[in-house]
Design a binder for this molecule. Structure first.
Ligand code: HSE
Length: 403
C-alpha cells in the first residue's frame, strides 16, 4: 500500500483527489500497488466533501505519519509550500508538486535534499499543465544535445491574445473576459506580466541545460503593452502575436533566456496555438524540432500530470529518478540582448526617416492608422543596435520577430 497526502484542496488538489478516486483501479494496476489517499491538508472545512474523512489542518500529522509515502504539494507560492516540502523530504517522503514558483526558485536545493534523503521530488505538472514535457525532455530526448526551447507557456495570456486577434477585443476587454471565464485571477499580474511564463521557462532551461536558471536572471515582459494596432500590423504581414518563453544554449556555454511577446510567422506551428492551449517547441541535435501541445492549465489536465508522477514513484518508492541539475551561477544566464533577430517597430515618424535609419525595411499598413504612425519590420539585429537607431524617435511599440 502506498499512502498519499495532498497539501491544499484548491483547483489542482481537488482534481488530484478526483483522479485518484475515479481512476483508482487502473492507477493501482499501473503502480502495481494500492495507492490510497490518506490525508488532505487544508485550513478550510469541507464537511460535504466525499473525502471529509481525510482532512487535517496540522501538517505535522502528515509529517509524523510513517505510513505516508508521497506528499502532493498543490498549495502554490514559495513560503508555506517551501516549508512543508522541506519537512516532507526530510521526513523521508517523496514530494510531487505542481508549484512552478517553488521549483523555479528552489528546485536545485529541493532536488539535493530529496537525494540526500533517498526520496524523489517530481514536478511534471509545473510546466504545461497536463502536457507531458518534463519527463520527455529528460528521458525521451536524453540522447540529444538540446539547443533551444521555445514555448507558449501561459494559457491566460494566450487566451487574451487569441481574443484580441480573432474577436478584435482590446487587452482590457479580453482580460475581463478571461476573468469572467475563470482563466485569469482577479489579480492577473502573474500571468499578464509574464512571471508565470518566466518560472516555467526557468524549469525548462534547468532540465534542458542542466543548471538552475533563476527567475531573477530572466528578463520578462508581459502583454499589457500589446495593442490592436500591433495585432493588425502583424496580421497584415502574416504574423500572430504570441507571448513566448525562450531559452537557448550558446556556443560559449551561456544560457540566453527571456520572456516577451513576439511576432510569430503564420506557418510556424506555434502561431496556430490558440485559446488556453500551451505548446513547447524543443530543438535537439539528433531529433531536430519537436513540439508538445495540449492543455496547459485546468483542474483535471494538471491533476493528470500530478497523478502520473505519483504512479511513477509508487512503482518503486526508492528508485532515484535522476532529475537533477546544477546550482547555476550569476554569470550563466545572458539576456536576449545578445540575440540578433528581425524586429517589428511602430513609431510616430515619417517613413523616409525610418528608411534613412534602417536602410532596407518592410513597411506595413493597416486601416485607420493615424497620420504620422508607421510600422515596419527591420533586418536582423540585436536589441541594443535597434534601440540605438531608434534614439530620438517617438517609439510606440517594439516586438521581436521569431525567425
Ligand atoms: N495561470 C496559469 C496559466 C495556470 O494561465 O497558464 C497554469 O500554470
Amino acid at each position: 500500500m502506498v499512502n498519499v497526502a495532498i497539501l491544499g484542496f484548491g483547483t489542482v488538489g481537488s482534481g488530484v483527489a478526483e483522479v485518484l478516486t475515479t481512476n483508482g483501479g487502473l492507477i493501482d494496476r499501473r503502480a502495481a500497488d494500492l495507492v490510497r489517499l490518506k490525508y488532505i491538508l487544508d485550513v478550510r472545512d469541507f464537511p460535504d466533501s466525499p473525502y471529509s474523512g481525510c482532512f487535517v489542518k496540522d501538517f505535522s500529522v502528515i509529517e509524523n505519519d510513517p505510513e505516508v509515502d508521497i506528499v502532493v504539494e498543490t498549495i502554490g507560492g514559495a513560503s508555506v509550500a517551501l516549508d512543508f516540502t522541506v519537512r516532507a523530504l526530510k521526513a523521508g517522503k517523496s514530494v510531487v508538486s505542481s508549484n512552478k514558483e517553488l521549483v523555479a526558485t528552489h528546485g536545485y536545493d529541493l532536488l539535493q535534499l530529496a537525494r540526500q534523503h533517498g526520496v524523489n521530488y517530481l514536478f511534471e505538472a509545473s510546466v504545461g499543465g497536463g502536457i507531458p514535457i518534463l519527463r520527455p525532455l529528460v528521458s525521451c530526448l536524453a540522447a540529444n544535445e538540446l539547443s533551444q526551447v521555445t514555448g507558449i507557456l501561459n494559457g491566460t495570456t494566450n487566451y487574451i491574445l487569441t481574443r484580441m486577434i480573432k474577436a478584435g477585443l482590446t487587452f482590457d476587454q479580453a482580460l475581463k473576459e478571461a476573468q469572467d471565464n475563470g482563466y485569469a485571477e482577479r489579480d492577473p499580474s502573474a500571468d499578464v506580466d509574464g512571471h508565470d511564463a518566466c518560472r516555467k521557462i526557468c524549469i525548462l532551461a534547468a532540465l534542458a541545460f542542466g543548471e538552475q536558471v533563476y527567475p531573477r536572471q530572466v528578463p520578462t515582459q508581459g502583454i499589457r503593452q500589446v495593442t490592436l494596432a500591433d495585432v493588425a500590423y502583424a496580421d497584415s504581414c502574416g504574423y500572430k502575436i504570441k507571448l513566448l518563453g525562450r531559452c537557448l544554449r550558446r556556443e560559449d556555454g551561456k544560457v540566453c533566456a527571456f520572456v516577451a511577446p513576439h511576432l510569430v510567422p503564420g506557418d510556424n506551428p506555434l502561431a496556430g496555438v490558440e485559446d488556453v492551449f500551451n505548446a513547447i517547441a524543443v530543438t535537439g541535435n539528433a531529433i531536430g524540432d519537436v513540439m508538445f501541445y495540449g492543455r496547459g492549465a485546468g483542474k483535471l489536465p494538471t491533476a493528470s500530470a500530478v497523478v502520473a508522477d505519483v504512479i511513477d514513484i509508487a512503482k518503486d518508492l526508492k528508485k532515484d529518478r535522476r532529475n537533477q541539475w546544477g546550482p547555476g551561477a550569476e554569470d550563466l544566464v545572458v539576456s536576449g540582448d545578445v540575440l540578433s533577430s528581425r524586429w517589428y517597430v511602430r513609431v510616430n515618424a515619417p517613413l523616409p526617416k525610418a528608411r534613412e535609419l534602417f536602410g532596407e525595411l518592410q513597411a506595413l499598413a493597416r486601416g485607420g492608422a493615424p497620420d504620422g504612425e508607421i510600422a515596419f519590420l527591420t533586418q536582423a539585429m540585436t536589441e541594443p543596435e535597434l534601440r540605438a537607431r531608434l534614439a530620438g524617435l517617438e517609439l510606440c511599440s517594439l516586438l521581436r520577430v521569431l525567425d
